[in-house]
Design a protein around this ligand. Structure first.
Ligand SMILES: NC(=O)c1ccc[n+]([C@@H]2O[C@H](COP(=O)([O-])OP(=O)(O)OC[C@H]3O[C@@H](n4cnc5c(N)ncnc54)[C@H](O)[C@@H]3O)[C@@H](O)[C@H]2O)c1
Ligand SMILES: O=C(O)C(=O)C[C@]1(C(=O)O)C=C[C@@H](O)C=C1
Length: 366
């Protein structure tokens, strides 16, 4: 018999995960989303087998429930679970970017049929909604698991199996470790990106031309400031305490740099920049994932004649040679994805640049 999986929230993350789970022949997917357009599209594309609207009724039928809504809503759904008259075991997971309050709610569940293993795929985008979902979003990404008190390795293995098509790499951390690391590497950088945009906006009052000078550097470092503010408001408040202490550390750090400049300490300034460069350059580029990767990019293309030819043609014009090309996904009526491999990082970056100049959406696979 097929395993029944209920996805609550079919946005960027829920939709992308459902696209992967739907590749499994032994899985029947139910989808629930307050956005009717997302539900209908997911049904039409075969990403879900059934659209449902009543959470309590649907969750009774499910073997696994994936909560992929904004974090505060995920907690509301978790709080409903004890009042459901479950007749069979239910494995619940989530995708929330902050784990503390989610795990508090999960650990408080008393229903003997429920087990909970928290999940957080460490990949995403500044875009939102089902239309931004992509099956390859998590390829070679880290997928953090944070088990609750109501879970064993068996349940974690079930999730790894359900999401094996993502080609993500699963790692288990405690809630605390997870929230501290994501505060440093994801949430605080987001806050800084937004603050840099505010600074530019303030300067624009006296320097109206400033927006036209925004080139690669500013755009690279502030891309994430274009994300959904509602989602990030939720993330900031869920990880509020850690973020406050990181703001204090940052102010102290800036004070240090300010002194270097004030006191004209050019050697220490150089050393500061050098150490940052060395750490940044040393970040792992190729995590060993399930797919052996070269220097890959993923390019979104439209399902229309000549689409692949156009991409290859552009790269050929710029004398960038391709080592391998693969169609990852083309479903009728939705964007497809090409994976293109290069021999060198230089070719990888050059191809991204060329394709983006021609309005293609390109993701570097690192
Ligand atoms: N965006 C990212 O980069 C990213 C990455 C990893 C994890 N996450 C986490 O994933 C979760 C979802 O984020 P997302 O980026 O997919 O957002 P999203 O806005 O793309 O998707 C959220 C979905 O939840 C639906 N929804 C909202 N309220 C609902 C309700 N009460 N009942 C049913 N459906 C409801 C929305 O209609 C939408 O389809 C968040 O918890 C976030 O922390 C986000
Ligand atoms: O790539 C982006 O746009 C993201 O912001 C993705 C990102 C991140 O890397 O910080 C954001 C939030 C998540 O919880 C995981 C991943």
């Amino acid at each position: 018999m097929k395993k029944k999986v209920l996805f609550v929230g079919l946005g960027l993350i829920g939709g992308s995960l459902a696209m992967n789970a739907s590749k499994k022949e032994d899985v029947f997917i139910m989808g629930l989303d307050e956005n009717e357009d997302s539900l209908n599209s997911a049904l039409k594309h075969g990403v879900i087998d059934q659209a449902v609207r009543d959470f309590k009724r649907a969750v009774k039928e499910a073997d696994i429930c994936v909560l992929a809504t904004p974090i505060s809503i995920t907690i509301e759904y978790l709080n409903l679970l004890d009042s459901v008259d479950l007749q069979k075991p239910l494995l619940v997971t989530d995708v929330s970017s902050v784990k503390n309050k989610v795990l508090d709610a999960a650990n408080q569940l008393r229903h003997p049929m429920i087990s909970f293993v928290g999940g957080h795929p460490m990949a995403g985008s500044h875009k939102q909604g089902y239309t931004a979902a992509k099956p390859h979003l998590f390829e070679n990404a880290i997928y953090v698991l944070t088990p609750s008190v109501h879970a064993s390795d068996k349940e974690a293995e079930q999730l790894k199996e359900l999401f094996s098509e993502t080609n993500a790499r699963f790692l288990t951390f405690s809630t605390r470790e997870h929230d501290e690391m994501t505060a440093v590497i994801s949430h605080f950088p987001h806050l800084i990106a937004s603050s840099l945009v505010h600074q530019a906006k303030d300067w624009q009052v006296t320097h109206p031309y400033i927006e036209h000078l925004a080139a690669g550097g500013f755009k690279d470092i502030t891309r994430i400031a274009s994300s959904n503010p509602k989602l990030w408001q939720d993330i900031f408040f869920q990880n509020r305490t850690l973020l406050i202490s990181m703001i204090d550390d940052w102010v102290e750090e800036m004070g240090k740099v300010r002194t270097f400049l004030q006191e004209q300490e050019s050697d220490r300034t150089y050393q500061y920049l050098l150490e940052a460069k060395q750490y940044r350059d040393g970040l792992p580029k190729k995590e060993k994932g399930a797919i052996p990767s070269f220097y890959d990019i993923h390019v979104d293309i439209h399902d229309q004649p000549g689409a692949i030819h156009d991409v290859i043609g552009l790269l050929a014009q710029h004398e960038i040679s391709i080592k391998n090309i693969q169609i990852l996904e083309i479903r009728e009526g939705i964007t497809g994805v090409l994976r293109i491999s290069f021999a060198t990082e230089q070719d990888q970056l050059a191809s991204k640049h060329v394709l983006e100049l021609h309005q293609y959406e390109v993701m570097l696979q690192q």
